[in-house]
Ligand binder design. Structure first.
Ligand SMILES: C[S@@+](CC[C@H](N)C(=O)[O-])C[C@H]1O[C@@H](n2cnc3c(N)ncnc32)[C@H](O)[C@@H]1O
Length: 248
């Protein structure tokens, strides 16, 4: 874990805080926005510099931002300070699958672009841990990487070259199973990245018009959304919303 924290410490100064300039990125915030409670406790796990937590902090919520990178959390606190949100987000230096909190007290937990950095076994343990922290009626939003995608090979090599263990995915049926076996009800699963992963091919980044058409804009789906909807099993990521049922 110290390798991972050291890697993200180095990225902290430049890590983006904008919630997304394309549809694939903006959907993460749209899901958080749609499922955030009016009041209550929220955990942003793998919070980085607060891309989503800072936007959410405008609401009367108790937000815990969890990340093993001290530099990411320090930057998040600086940004909160400049926005007069000092003290609205509680930073917590910790890592899945061993968080320092207990008890089913969270109304919403979300974790984006983070689980894939854990081994498949640790992802399962992390999902169990997050599910156990949800109060009845609470929601969990995560993205799971598709083990059959092309992009996962690219990102695996990318992170291994930087001294991390790589990135890891699952199949669509296993994704569903991992959540349901922890007593959660799946509310929605949306597929992304079937087409956009081809933009990782060398040279294609030189065509911003193509990138925009494939990835869409903040508010308009691109070609990727259309294709991913038709071929969800080949997704680069599934964005999953699941809920702990209310006790009867
Ligand atoms: C790729 S960034 C994603 C940031 C943000 N969630 C987003 O969607 O933009 C991954 C973040 O997860 C953090 N991270 C890495 N391993 C983690 C773990 N085991 N538990 C919690 N956070 C972790 C990293 O330090 C980094 O800040």
């Amino acid at each position: 874990m110290s390798q991972t924290a050291a890697h993200f410490d180095r990225e902290a100064a430049e890590y983006p805080t904008h919630i997304g300039t394309d549809y694939i990125q903006a959907r993460k915030w749209a899901l958080v926005d749609a499922h955030a409670p009016g009041t209550g406790r929220v955990a942003d796990i793998g919070a980085a510099t607060g891309r989503h937590a800072l936007a959410l902090a405008a609401r009367p919520l108790d937000i815990v931002a969890i990340d093993p990178s001290q530099q990411m959390l320090a930057q998040l606190c600086r940004l909160a300070d400049t926005r007069d949100q000092d003290g609205t987000i509680l930073p917590c230096a910790a890592a899945l699958p061993a968080l320092p909190m207990t008890g089913a007290t969270f109304d919403l937990i979300y974790c984006f672009s983070t689980l894939l950095l854990l081994s498949p076994q640790d992802q399962e343990a992390a999902l169990a841990e997050m599910a156990g922290l949800l109060r009845p009626g609470g929601s969990l939003i995560v993205d799971i990487a598709g083990s059959r995608s092309l992009a996962i090979r690219y990102w695996h090599r990318h992170y291994r070259r930087r001294g991390l263990s790589g990135v890891f995915g699952h199949s669509a049926p296993r994704t569903r199973e991992m959540l349901e076996q922890n007593g959660l009800k799946i509310i929605s699963i949306e597929a992304h990245g079937v087409l956009s992963q081809f933009l990782l091919a060398p040279g294609l980044q030189r065509f911003p018009g193509l990138i925009r058409r494939v990835r869409g804009s903040e508010t308009r789906p691109g070609w990727d959304a259309v294709i991913s909807c038709r071929l969800p099993a080949l997704a680069e990521r599934w964005y999953v919303v699941a809920r702990r049922p209310e006790t009867v």
